[in-house]
Each structure stands twice: as structure tokens, then as C-alpha cells.
Design a protein around this ligand. Structure first.
Ligand code: GLP
Length: 233
């Protein structure tokens, strides 16, 4: 894995944007996008650039089950607010967590993904090592699926909701195998709270207990971290 250490999240966003820009110049047509607070500086760099995304197809990693598009905590809403309101893409896909048949939605999303192979996938990382919403013990062979969120993830994400009871307990997420199919992956992590999991990601054994550790097996991964996230390496 290629590791880039940056001064702060702003520099991290610029570094990640540089890689995306290069990939697009080399012909990349499909981006995989992430939510959470970490990629915000990347989206700012994209929005502030004059790069044209109108030929680019975007897929989001995951979406909560039960939140409508106009709920400010839905990932659909997040993407509109941080990117799509400002930049026109050819098309944008995100799972729909409001449908009755979530299994059918997951299968349809996976089929769409397979029809549009991802050139560059952006990832954040959860404190427990989740990528997308692939929680610890998710099979490395998993495709897009419905998942129950762990206590750790619900607690980490409750800061965005008024009450912990408002945090959804289920989500739709690309699977580990869906993520690993991407040609290139950029994982972003900032802050001291992420230092222990970054150490496990880079130095620990590859294990389904730490979903992100699977990235050690991918041929083209760049990990962009600030000094605090790198402090235990
Ligand atoms: C969420 C998302 C992940 C994200 C993670 C970290 O649970 N499903 O895709 O990487 O949280 O979020 P943050 O960047 O806010 O630390």
C-alpha cells in the first residue's frame, strides 16, 4: 500500500483530489464515493476545482435504511450538499434504503456496479475498521447487502443525530468484494482517534475481524493520513 502523510485534512483532500484528477485524465469514467466527515475536504477540493465531471458516473458506498432523501442525515442528502449541488455528474447511484424489498435493492445495486466497474473508490474507515458499512466479521466474499450496524458504529454516528434512538440500525452497503473489484482505492483517515485502527489496517493481520485489512491484498491502494492518524505507526 502506498502511504501519503499529510499535514491536515485540507492537505489530505487536495492529495486525494490530485489522484482522482490524474485517473480521470488517464480515462477513468467511474468513481466510488464515501460519506462521513472524512471525505468532506476532498469534496471541497473537487467543488473548488474547474474539473468537469459531466462524463463521470458516481456510485456511493452505502446508505442508511429508513431515512428519506430529504433527511439531512441520509447519505443521499450528504452527497447533494457536499458535491452534487455544485458539480454535474453524468449519473449518480446510491442505494435506496426506503424500499420494501431491501434484498432486491441490494441485488439490483450490485448488478449496476458490475455494469460500471469502479476506477477509483474513495473510502473512509470506521473506528472498528469498517469500510462502507461492512462491519467486523463481514465476509470478504460479500457483495452489496443489507447489514445491521454495530453498537460501536451507532455510537460513533450518534453525534449527527438528535438522539441515539434516531440513528438507523440497518444500512445497505457495497460488500467487501464489490469494493475490492475497484481498479484503484484511496482510503482517507484523520485524527488521533483513528490511529489504532490505521495501525491495524497497515500492520495487522488480514482478517475479517478488521474489514479494512483486506486492502492489504489489493494491488493499488493509497492511504492518505494526517500526523495524528499516523502517530502509532
Ligand atoms: C460511516 C460510513 C463510512 C465512514 C465512517 C467513518 O459509518 N458508513 O463509510 O468511513 O462512518 O466516518 P467519519 O469519516 O465521520 O469518521
Amino acid at each position: 500500500m502506498n502511504i501519503i502523510k499529510v499535514k491536515d485534512p485540507v492537505a489530505g483532500g487536495i492529495a486525494a483530489f490530485g489522484i482522482i484528477k490524474e485517473a480521470i485524465a488517464a480515462g477513468a469514467k467511474t468513481l466510488g464515493l464515501a460519506t462521513g466527515s472524512t471525505p468532506e475536504t476532498l469534496y471541497r477540493a473537487m467543488v473548488e476545482s474547474d474539473l468537469d465531471f459531466s462524463n463521470i458516473t458516481a456510485f456511493n458506498l452505502d446508505e442508511y435504511v429508513g431515512l428519506s432523501k430529504d433527511n439531512s442525515q441520509s447519505y443521499y442528502y450528504f452527497m447533494q450538499e457536499h458535491l452534487f449541488k455544485y458539480k454535474k455528474f453524468k449519473q449518480h447511484f446510491i442505494e435506496n434504503g426506503l424500499v420494501g424489498d431491501l434484498e432486491a435493492e441490494a441485488a439490483a445495486y450490485e448488478a449496476k456496479l458490475q455494469a460500471h466497474p469502479i476506477d477509483v473508490q474513495i473510502l473512509g474507515i470506521g473506528l472498528n475498521g469498517h469500510i462502507g458499512f461492512n462491519e467486523p466479521k463481514t465476509s470478504f466474499a460479500s457483495l452489496t447487502h443489507v447489514t445491521n450496524l454495530t453498537e460501536s458504529t451507532i455510537n460513533a454516528n450518534k453525534r449527527f443525530f438528535e438522539r441515539v434512538e434516531d440513528v438507523p440500525t440497518k444500512a445497505l452497503t457495497m460488500g467487501i468484494k464489490s469494493i475490492m473489484r475497484s481498479k484503484q482505492i484511496i482510503l482517507l483517515a484523520y485524527g488521533a482517534a483513528k490511529a489504532p485502527i490505521i495501525k491495524k489496517l497497515l500492520e495487522g493481520p488480514v482478517s475479517e475481524d478488521v474489514p479494512a485489512s483486506v486492502l492489504q491484498k489489493h494491488p493499488q491502494v493509497t492511504v492518505i493520513i494526517d500526523e495524528a492518524a499516523a502517530s502509532l505507526l
